[in-house]
Design a protein around this ligand. Structure first.
Ligand SMILES: [Mn+2]
Length: 320
């Protein structure tokens, strides 16, 4: 039996997918399409349905590998999956932490590879995937300020010409894939060991997690989840890519403090990318895996595998 919450999420996703596909089929330029585009984007930004998906444990020989920002570095990706023996390890699943396209040379090859391995590949959206999707919908939207979401972020502010150019190169099957699987947070619930892995592109806050019901309930908006680096300690609903005043802290510091104080029986680990400037950033509860491979750095991944002796999933850093 599929839990009801997940069924509702799947149904909502299916509705949004049908909605978007019908939009793709008729890409002729008219105001209806602009309105549809605005509605799709607004639903992504504001609706809770796309926000968090739970992936329950199926069997404990499952292996999970969380991969930092690939940014179109296809050769690096191949090198990594080779090192992981992905092709010959059927119980291994990959989780891309967003920003797997844009900036590097081979974004479409990366997407094609992910589609080819769809059953064993998961991803969360990054700010760059989101910008490319904006570019696909309509350039005209970007001039309008219709897309500013409820918390007043200028979601068009991070949009660049390169996003529009890549949006032109992607084909309908790329978009169908992105929308069918679109989530901004993935939770991996390892029931046997009571470990919980939360995958997110930029960051997430303790207020987005319901400690009693033991799952993510996003209160932060989607733009924050895809972009945050700092959070205002005096008002934790405010996040930013930059440090604004001395009261702004790196978002993960809130988790490190919260989880040390919280007597939760579960072991929560948050895996994220996005912060190439900071680079590899491994802490007790949070693991930053963007090592700037598009700028000549490494491509970093965290591999979790069940260890019967300790009855827990053990982590191993894998880099190329
Ligand atoms: Mn990013």
């Amino acid at each position: 039996m599929i839990p009801r919450r997940i069924a509702v999420l799947i149904l909502s996703l299916a509705i949004i997918l049908v909605f978007f596909c019908s939009f793709l089929i008729d890409m002729s330029e008219n105001n209806d399409n602009v309105n549809t585009g605005v509605r799709v984007l607004k639903s992504m930004l504001d609706s809770p349905t796309l926000r968090a998906l739970s992936v329950p444990e199926e069997h404990h020989d499952r292996q999970l590998v969380f991969i930092g920002d690939v940014h179109g570095m296809y050769d690096k990706l191949l090198e990594l999956v080779d090192k992981l023996n992905f092709e010959t390890t059927p119980e291994m699943e990959l989780v891309f932490l967003g920003d797997f396209i844009t900036k590097g040379p081979d974004s479409t090859k990366v997407l094609d590879w992910m589609i080819k391995h769809e059953g064993r590949v998961h991803f969360v959206l990054g700010n760059n995937e989101f910008s490319v999707i904006m570019g696909a919908l309509d350039m005209g939207l970007l001039e309008s300020k219709m897309l500013n979401n409820e918390q007043g972020h200028d979601v068009t502010g991070t949009f660049k010409k390169s996003h529009a150019e890549l949006a032109q190169q992607l084909n309908p099957s790329h978009y169908t894939y992105l929308f069918k699987n679109a989530a901004v947070v993935l939770e991996f619930d390892m029931e046997k060991t009571r470990q919980r892995f939360i995958a997110v592109h930029a960051g997430i806050l303790p207020q987005d997690y319901d400690f009693e019901r033991r799952h993510v309930i996003l209160k932060s908006d989607v733009f924050s989840i895809l972009n945050m680096k700092f959070v205002n300690e005096e008002n934790s609903m405010e996040t930013s890519r930059e440090k604004q005043t001395k009261h702004w802290k790196r978002w993960y510091k809130l988790w490190e403090k919260e989880l040390d104080n919280h007597h939760t029986k579960e072991q929560i680990t948050i895996l994220y990318g996005h912060d190439a400037k900071k680079g590899l950033n491994l802490r007790k509860y949070t693991k930053g895996l963007d090592s700037a491979c598009v700028k000549g750095g490494k491509l970093s991944a965290m591999h979790y595998m069940y260890d019967p002796h300790s009855n827990s999933y053990k982590e191993t850093l894998v880099e190329v």
